[in-house]
Design a protein around this ligand. Sequence first.
Ligand code: SAM
Length: 282
Amino acid sequence: MTHPGELLKKNRLYAGKELGQNFLSNPATAQMIVDRTGIDKNTTVLEIGPGLGAITLPLARAGKKVVAIEKDRRIIPLLEGELAEEGIDNVTIINQDVLKTDLKDIAGTEKLVVVGNLPYNISSQILFKLITIRQVVTHAFLMFQKELAQRLISSAGTKDYSRLSAVVQYASKISRVADIRPNNFFPKPDVDSTVLRFDFFETQGMAEEDERLLFGVIKAAFSKRRKTLHNAMSGGELGLTKKIVGIALENAGIDSSRRAETLEVQEFITLSKAVGKVLTHK
Ligand code: SAM
């Protein structure tokens, strides 16, 4: 691969901050990430944000095919050039915003492995989106800012446990793949990065609307972190009264003076089922 700084300069382009463009500049690091995915010639890969191809090249060599979604139209000819130079012809580039792309449509009848060094400003949104289409994703390898990765893997009862941790841990088993230092990127970011692996779970018998309620309950519970569940969950988007919250907490066997960050994922599921029941019988 050509060094991203050199490639951009030659084409009179620059890395866009608003698109989170910190390109991997160390091919050995990109290769290490792809090696750890275990992708083989039976795997169809969806890559989010291929950029100048640092990960795309080793992915294409290892996998059956790669579908790569890139928002920045300016850099696509450069990516095509990098692929052509290596004689790679199993990559389809889609010039779109991943948040506006129908990923189920891309999967078709196949199951996907998703890989991405994500633009840091929308990485949580991308993860939420993947959770909603996880029936077509076997697993995902995603790079985040280290602090966000830390929040994602934090357990209940710790200071980093958040709304995002609870939702993501409901939907997947998360493991740490590698920490990547800033000197592996161009331009160099200010923070360290971490690659996480997500093995997505089935829906655990929850219909789509049950999951929507669960995610709403988690959001409401974390909306006022320092308040008790009883106070935090009333009002807000779900429009729950204090009385409904009180009954649901009691039926779920959860002490109403607890705070959101102390609830295990399984307790959120029990609570959201109790909220659903009170709402249908009110
Ligand atoms: N994968 C490349 C690498 O590791 O060198 C680039 C990673 S860079 C952190 C993020 C990439 O995502 C950029 O190429 C950027 O243009 C692209 N991107 C940003 N927002 C996007 C969006 N909404 N949809 C698709 N791609 C996006």
